[in-house]
Design a protein around this ligand. Structure first.
Ligand code: SAM
Length: 162
């Protein structure tokens, strides 16, 4: 498999899961995009979930100009500083869907990041809420339902809050 094949497979899994999650989540609760990046997955989420409140988190905003959230919905800064304040403001259990795509090519750093982020995401999800993630997380209050989504094992990860 070439690196091009690998990117295409990852992005296909990402899009398929965002489409799946948009049908799966309940009618209330926030949508969180962790890592706005270029704004591609944010654009996809806002198109698939019109009318929902979608917050995007990003430490170095540099998205496509058409893909910025409206005022008040882009939370700028390191997620480990902005997320605790966000939870305090909007409450635990306020998110229906969290998509996280903030990893790098450094697998050890990614594992550390996921371990650190897991408790914050675990507390943010409402019962039945979904985490769609580019890597494995440790989510004690959630079931790992990745294998039930049809996405090949290890390509993308899905957790549902009990
Ligand atoms: N899903 C996005 C898209 O479709 O365009 C791409 C996201 S990109 C792979 C990852 C983004 O996460 C980068 O823009 C990076 O700046 C941001 N990021 C990484 N670590 C972060 C952190 N600790 N706090 C806030 N943003 C972070």
């Amino acid at each position: 498999m070439t690196r091009l094949d690998s990117v295409i497979r990852r992005l296909t899994a990402q899009r398929d899961l965002l489409n799946w999650a948009a049908e799966e989540i309940g009618p209330t609760g926030l949508i969180l995009e962790l890592g706005l990046g270029n704004g591609r997955t944010y654009d996809h989420l806002r198109t698939r979930l019109p009318g929902r409140e979608i917050y995007a988190f990003e430490r170095s905003p540099a998205a496509h100009p058409d893909c910025y959230p409206p005022e008040g919905y882009l939370i700028v800064g390191d997620i480990f500083e902005t997320l605790p304040a966000f939870i305090e403001r909007l409450g635990q259990g306020s998110a229906a869907l969290i998509h996280t795509d903030i990893g790098t090519g450094d697998e050890a750093a990614n594992r550390q990041l996921a371990l650190r982020l897991s408790p914050l995401l675990d507390s943010l999800l409402q019962p039945g809420g979904l985490l769609i993630a580019d890597r494995a997380f440790e989510m004690p209050s959630c079931a790992d339902i990745s294998s039930r989504t049809g996405v090949p094992e290890g390509r993308y990860f899905v957790y549902r809050r009990n």
